[in-house]
Design a protein around this ligand. Sequence first.
Ligand code: PBE
Length: 277
Amino acid sequence: MPKYQAKKALGPQINYTITGIDAGAGIMASTQKALSAYGLAKDNWQLQTSSTAAMTSTLDKAIRHKQPIVITGWQPHWMFTKYPIKFLKDPKHVYGKSESIHTIVRKGLKQDQPTAYEMLDRFYWTPAEMSQVMIQVNNGKDPQKAAQQWLKANPKKVQQWTKGLKKVSGKPTLKLTYVAWDSEIASTNVVAEVLRGLGYKVTIQAMEMQPMWASIATNVADAQVAAWLPTTSAKFYSDYKGQFVDLGANLKGARVGLAVPKYMTNINSIEDLLKNK
Ligand code: PBE
């Protein structure tokens, strides 16, 4: 593929294709909405399904060769530290303004496992803190080890989350479900390690987004810390409303949208994708 040509229309240079991730992701549903909202669908634009790993490797190649590319992007994620990319403005707010990641637990957890419930309720960290774990995992570290090391280096956080909580006896089991996105691999492993420290036998299980929400709604799992709201997980939040307990944000300041390399200087808004037709 040739280098990005700012003076030519973008669409034909990338076959009118936005490089996406797994089909179940909320960002994919939002991008389908954006395709219609911005008139891109009728201009032949399409969204390609792949995976985070495939998308970031395509992005890596494009950047090395200064080629044009439009991806589904979100933060916190190491793609924004590793590559010179920028979000496109979303004047219609299809992706929402800002997202938080919420902790969602099953009904009855508070009565059954009050210590775990209290720790999960307190769990809160910043995008910068989550990124520290994510980058270690991206560098090849085992996620559980990365979580253990981060906790060791951040005893104050652990103290905040566990202060006054007594270790439980009898090794009660807890099951956390998650989708294997980098952000959720980091948060789920950190929470699992803290709960293990409180005496629980914790299993974590990766699955797709719909089964993850269903696992909490049907009491098959106890908690998940992967609910991007109010926009990205909106469908499941409303589908399962009344069948889970929302403990509120465990991270604020997340963001979801479309992104391009910074060398595409004349493309700054989703509306610019239609430019120079
Ligand atoms: N993400 C990362 C997810 C949530 C976490 C933005 C890719 C999504 O549902 O789109």
